[in-house]
Design a protein around this ligand. Structure first.
Ligand SMILES: [Zn+2]
Length: 446
């Protein structure tokens, strides 16, 4: 067996791992490296779909061209997607055509992918297959392989760990997750399935280790829900505007914001193209209980009409919008530059139900956004948020449950992945023999 660590082992983003067994190869995730795309957007000041060539040239795609050199391209039998985040699915529109293989994910993940393809006017020849959480899909190659989509918890709905059953043992791909026993939406992690595959024998675990250096168990999403409640109750009595910026893929977080906005008797408006994309995807798969409670605006005219209305009814409205990372062209960015028909005034409230992704381009954009917003005298509530990535103690628990023979840390720079190696050593693993610090473009032979 060979495990090719193609992307996401030197950086946070462009996740891709390919497992070769016998005469077949299976691809896990095909993500984009977002900071590179954001930089490009800032240079060009326009959002549109880019060409594959352009994205490869700026390092935004995982370097799957190495599969050609290794003679593996024609052996890829499936492209499996763990969840709907762009750093896991965002490269599919640009490179999946290279493989005669279906693209497989949970209904929410595949619905989001289809909407991205539609929006960017990209057609791919691959079949797109949906598999329900806690169900199995059969991959057809020289041999057949079962892959289980085991329900996990993360910052978007219908996230899965994927257990690939091969004649050489099970590969568990757990990238990204946290162990949230009280999720706001969806099911808790499927511990029963994890214990079962542990008994069958897990050969290797590829694991989201971004926060392996944080000595904590990441709090449940219910804590973020309580934080949202607390901030909204704080600003309740002011006759001022409330804008909440959050991740458009974070359906559970949006649900919490809508629930408490309703308690304040405020009308909820959701604006921004990506908000519409994810919320309508959630609705399509029956996971948007708040759909009837919100007004959605995605195109220019709708957004402007909503903002004019909010401007006249500040104390009765709450706006959920894009722009928590200060992204150029997002709603909050354009509001801060006074390019939209709404002006913030003294004591208006801007809540960031998010955390700035710690890469230089995001830190700079967010800092400049805050500066422009503060000129209007607004109150800013930052980091009303808990992470969707497990800390060191989530990782310890997962490893104890599945007891893998080999561990491969993923989802970060060498510096971010190294504490996972230390944790494995602490748990009795032989570093180098059983626990492997990999880089992009390397191969591990087991
Ligand atoms: Zn993710």
């Amino acid at each position: 067996m060979e495990i090719h660590t193609i992307g996401g082992f030197n950086e946070v983003g462009k996740n891709m791992t390919v497992v070769k067994t016998g005469d077949d190869a299976i691809m896990f995730d095909a993500g984009i490296y977002l900071p590179a795309v954001i930089e490009l957007q800032e240079e060009e000041e326009q959002q549109h779909a880019y060409s594959e060539k352009k994205l490869r040239s700026i390092g935004a795609l995982p370097d799957d061209l190495i599969l050609d050199k290794l003679g593996l391209r024609n052996k890829v039998r499936a492209i499996l997607l763990g969840h709907a985040h762009l750093d896991h699915i965002g490269a599919v529109p640009y490179l999946s055509y290279r493989y005669k293989a279906p693209v497989v994910g949970t209904p929410f993940t595949t619905t989001v992918l289809k909407k991205i393809l539609q929006d960017d006017k990209i057609k791919i020849p691959n079949q797109i297959k949906s598999v329900n959480p806690n169900s199995t899909y059969t991959i057809k190659g020289k041999k057949n392989y079962e892959v289980e989509f085991i329900n996990a918890t993360h910052s978007t709905i219908q996230t899965s760990m994927m257990a690939l059953h091969t004649p050489e043992g099970i590969i568990l791909y757990a990238n990204d997750f946290k162990l949230d026993n009280t999720p706001v939406m969806g099911l808790p992690p499927n511990y029963q399935a994890l214990r079962r595959i542990a008994k069958q024998g897990v050969k290797a675990l590829v694991v989201d280790s971004m926060y392996s250096g944080l000595e904590t168990k990441t709090p449940s999403e219910k804590i973020a829900r309580a934080m949202v409640e607390e901030v909204l109750m704080t600003v309740e009595n002011q006759k001022s505007a409330i804008f909440v910026a959050t991740f458009s893929s974070h359906i559970a977080r949006i649900k919490s914001i809508v629930d408490y906005a309703k308690k304040l008797n405020r009308k909820v408006y959701v604006i921004g193209r990506s908000m519409n994309k994810y919320i309508s995807s959630a609705k399509d798969v029956g996971m948007c209980p708040f759909y009837k409670d919100v007004f959605i605006g995605s195109y220019k005219k709708q957004v402007e009409a909503i903002l004019k209305k909010v401007s006249k009814n500040r104390e009765n409205s709450l706006v959920i919008c894009t722009g928590h990372q200060g992204e150029s062209g997002s709603i909050l960015d354009r509001l801060s530059r006074k390019q939209l028909p709404f002006e913030f005034t003294h004591n208006d409230n801007i809540i960031f139900a998010s955390k700035t992704i710690p890469v230089p381009v995001n830190i700079a954009s967010k800092g400049q956004l805050d500066k422009r917003l503060k000129k209007s005298g607004v109150r800013i509530f930052d980091q009303v948020h808990v992470s969707g990535h497990g800390g060191r103690e989530d990782l310890r628990d997962l490893i104890s449950i599945v007891n893998p023979e080999h561990i491969i840390p993923a989802h970060g720079s060498t510096q971010q992945l190294t504490p996972m190696i230390e944790l494995a050593r602490e748990m009795g693993y032989d570093v180098g023999k059983q626990c492997h610090l990999m880089q992009d473009g390397q191969v591990l032979k087991l």
